[in-house]
Design a protein around this ligand. Structure first.
Ligand code: SAH
Length: 234
């Protein structure tokens, strides 16, 4: 998988890909993440990338030309499966979308800033628009990092125990059951006996039950959704 991220703030994206699971995925060659500074395609001596909005009003808008040229340069080098604009009015990101997208190869993620990007970019270059939730961030960088993380961890070989991605919350529309590690007792607070029993079928049943109870209590609409699609859980 290759992810090209277009941003006016490349520094903001240095952190997320330089540690832990994402870094390991990149080091192993399972994922490539390339961050492109839009300013290097900026106009004139000052490398301008934004301008006032037509019609007046507060807030700058990222101009069409630098973004268009950068996207076209990238498209000249390889085919892209999706050119995604991170946007609060996009499709709401969820695990199902992450699963689907993780099967694809090449992505461009365009991060907006200020008031957003010139609408013509969205009309003529963007194939998909994704929101990470109903709130407004100051730029698309953190959202792009969220989406990249969710996709990269699904690539086979990225997580040490591949099956662990499958037992996470939202796979099969269930929240994950509680987890514990040593010590088995801390200040008198005990780990459920069943987890120490070594009886794996019983442990599996306990986990399934806890996942169901937790989902019922916290996100009952997920259970309704899987009833409708005929899935029965993990
Ligand atoms: N004026 C826009 C918001 C611009 S916020 C509006 O009201 O819809 C600046 C940039 O941050 C956006 O261009 C987008 O790239 C990013 N952004 C903000 N909130 C986001 C969210 N919830 N999901 C994804 N990207 C977001």
């Amino acid at each position: 998988m290759r992810i090209d991220i277009i941003t006016v703030l490349p520094k903001l994206l240095e952190g997320p890909f330089n540690d832990s699971i994402l870094k390991r995925a990149i080091d192993k060659g399972l994922a490539e993440v390339h961050v492109h500074d839009l300013r290097s395609y900026g106009l004139g001596k000052h490398r301008q990338v934004d301008d006032y909005q037509f019609g007046g009003g507060a807030g700058m808008v990222l101009m069409i030309d630098p973004i268009a040229r950068l996207i076209e340069d990238l498209k000249g080098q390889r085919d892209y499966d999706e050119i995604i604009y991170m946007s609060p009015d996009g499709e709401r990101f969820n695990q199902g979308m992450a699963n689907q997208l993780s099967l694809k190869e090449n992505f461009i993620l365009l991060c907006g800033h200020y008031k957003g990007v010139d609408e013509r970019i969205r009309e003529h270059f963007i194939t998909r628009e994704i929101s990470i939730g109903d709130y407004v961030l100051s730029g698309g960088e953190l959202a792009a990092a969220v989406v990249s993380d969710a996709l990269i961890r699904l690539i086979p070989g990225v997580l040490n125990d591949e099956s662990s991605a499958l037992s996470d919350s939202f796979q099969d529309d269930l929240l994950a059951p509680p987890v514990y590690t040593r010590p088995a007792e801390y200040r008198g607070w005990k780990v459920p006996d069943v987890l120490l029993s070594g009886n794996f079928p019983v442990i599996e049943e306990w986990r399934m039950n806890e996942a169901l109870e937790r989902t019922k209590a916290r996100r009952p609409e997920l259970l309704k959704k899987s009833e409708e699609t005929g899935e029965k859980g993990k």
